[in-house]
Every structure is written in C-alpha cells, then in structure tokens.
Design a protein around this ligand. Structure first.
Ligand code: KG4
Ligand code: ZN
Length: 333
C-alpha cells in the first residue's frame, strides 16, 4: 500500500465538534490543511457541559463541520487516504458520534482507520514538528486533564504525575464562575487578570513539599471562594489565581525536567493558550513548545496529526470493533 497522503481527524470527545485534515508530505513533514470546529454554545446557560446535549449537537453539526474541513483543504471526500477519530477518554455519548462517523466513512471508502487517544492528539498538536524528536516532557493542561508525561522514545508515554483533584482548566472555569466572570473561564480569567493585581489575593502554592510530580487545584478553588466572599475584587482574584496556577504548573514541570535531564517541554491543551503561562514557560530556561493557533483547545486537526504520527511509525490500523471509552490511560504504542 502506498503511504497515505491526506489524513482526516475527528474529535467529538466533549463540547467541540472538530474535523481536521493533514497532509503527510513525501519528506516526512506533516502540514495542517484544515481545522474546522463547531464550539457548542448550548452549554453556556448551564455553566458546564451537559453530556446529553453535547451528543445531540455533535450529531446535528458533524456533517457541516466535515464539509467545511473539505472546503478549507480544497479536497473531495474521495481524496482522503486514512481516517483517525478519538475513541477516548471523554464523554462516551459524545465520543460515539465522531467515532462512528469516522468508522462509517473509512468503511465506505475502504480506508484504514485509527482509533486515537485524545491526549496523544493534544501532544501531537505541538509535537508534530519533525524538528522535535524525543526525549521531551509533555504537559497536557485542559478542562479535563492535567497530566505530565515523559516521552523518552516516540510512542512511549510514561506518566510522571497528574492532578489529584480538579484539572487546571476546570479550576480556571470554576474560579471564573465564582468571581462572576463567565464561561468558559480560561479566557475570562486571562482577560480579567490583565486589569488586576497578581499580589492582590494571597494564595498558598499547592503541594510544595511533594517528592512526586502531581498537581492540585481544588485548594486554590476553595481559597478563591473564601477570598471572593471576603470581598476580593474579581480582577485581583483572577490575576492572583492565574499567577499561582501558572507557578504551580511550572514548578512541578521544571523539577521533573531537572531530575530526568530533559530540556524540552511540549505544553498543550486548552490552558496552553494562556498567555501568562506561555510567558512563564518561555522565561523558565526550558525550551517550551506550544501548539500553533487553533490547536490548543480540542480540535480535529490534532487527531489527524496523531493519526499521521501513527502512520509514520508504521502502527497497524485499528480494529473497527474498538469502542468509545470514558477513561483510558495513555498506553505505550
Ligand atoms: O483542551 P480543551 O478544549 O478541552 C479539554 O480536553 O478539556 O480545554 C478547555 C479548557 C477550559 O477549561 C478552558 O477554560 C481552558 O481550557 N482555557 C484556558 C484558556 N483558554 C481555554 N485556560 C486558561 N487560559 C486560557 N486563555
Ligand atoms: Zn482536550
């Protein structure tokens, strides 16, 4: 079989319907040709994602998102050579929509199908650059995940640490809500923080004495709630919370880099869009690699990038009987 050229990627793991297309070039480089996303707005009124509504919205939107992706890439469906779709972790009802869409398409067009781990997608959103070879650390910070991996070899993921409670993005969302700053909270905190004093509210950095590489955000959330009740200004609360959250993420990552002798860290997931986090990592002495614009939060292109990496590594395509899973550790491949 000739090497696939155009790879379709689908992600419907949460509240974004994402379809992307990448091109695997003869020199081994991978170029993003399309990244079409519909971000569901129906959840805004609830201040969080409603799983049943998310599934229904994916069903209603996926065809349009797919058509837009083909249009962006200037391709017809028959030009596609392989299909990748997220099989987990995520909301099962939501995952099933993109997974079955991808499986159906690959079946109809007789294309190889790659069931893809959502976190591998986040990592490859930043790590697809052929200049970036392991070893490196990968920090995935999103609404559902806060995971630190060591990637010693391609496809080898060793989990060094993870959040013990809330994910980093979840904490941004919850603090934004209690400060009355709106949803999704990450961008709202970031905007409000620009007007606030990062020393205005005192937070104690979590897990300072630990010997491992875990993260914790629920204590900060409680401290934010108490400060808010005591009358802290929302902008100061946002600036101070953002500063301590970034400090915590950087301290744990830097300590892991030092003890493992790593100098490069890939930072991805929705929270990697945060400009204070980007500045802190850029000034840290580590070489921090971030996804390109549009690839931080959930999207289909990152799944296509992970699919391209699987193809380049010569991985076998998936069994079409693979199903959606709510929780799945990122296993070595
Ligand atoms: O990767 P993502 O789209 O979804 C998950 O897989 O969870 O991440 C969404 C999360 C949300 O919690 C959102 O508040 C956060 O990423 N986020 C941010 C920023 N933009 C999005 N957090 C901090 N600063 C931002 N600029
Ligand atoms: Zn995600």
């Amino acid at each position: 079989m000739t090497t696939p050229r155009y790879i379709l990627g689908i992600d419907t793991s949460c509240d974004d319907t994402g379809v992307g297309i990448v091109e695997l070039l003869p020199n081994g480089e991978v170029a993003v040709r399309a990244n079409s996303i519909y971000s569901q707005v129906v959840h805004t009124q609830y201040g969080g994602v409603m799983p049943e509504l998310a599934s229904r919205e994916h069903v209603e939107r996926i065809d349009t998102v797919m058509d837009l992706a083909l249009e962006q890439a200037g391709l017809m469906v028959g030009d596609l050579d392989a299909v990748a779709a997220t099989s987990g972790p995520g909301l099962v009802g939501a995952l099933l929509v993109g997974l079955m869409y991808g499986k159906g398409l690959s079946q109809a067009l007789s294309l190889p199908f790659y069931a893809t781990h959502h976190l591998e997608g986040h990592i490859f959103a930043a790590a697809s650059d052929s200049q970036l070879a392991p070893p490196y650390l990968a920090l995935v910070v999103s609404g559902g995940h806060t995971h630190l991996f060591d990637v010693a070899q391609p496809g080898e993921y060793r989990l060094l640490g993870a959040t013990r409670d809330d994910a980093a993005g979840e904490a941004f969302d919850k603090v934004a809500r209690l400060a009355g700053l709106g949803y999704p909270g990450g961008p709202a905190i970031s905007a409000a923080a620009a007007q606030g004093n990062p020393k205005g509210v005192t937070f104690r950095e979590p897990l300072l004495g630990q010997t491992g590489y875990d993260f914790s955000f629920s204590g900060l959330k409680t401290a934010a709630l108490l400060a808010s009740r005591a009358g802290a200004a929302p902008a100061d609360l946002a600036a101070s919370f953002q500063a301590v959250a970034v400090k915590h993420l950087l301290r744990v990552t830097r300590r892991a880099a030092e003890s493992l002798g790593r100098s490069v860290v890939v930072v991805s997931g929705g929270v990697a869009a945060n400009s204070a986090l980007r500045e802190a990592f850029a000034a840290s002495g580590l070489t921090a690699v971030f996804p390109a614009a549009g690839l931080n939060t959930d999207n289909g292109a990152m799944i296509a990038l992970a699919g391209a990496a699987a193809i380049k590594a010569g991985r076998a395509s998936s069994d079409r009987a693979d199903s959606a899973v709510a929780y799945a550790p990122l296993a070595n491949v």
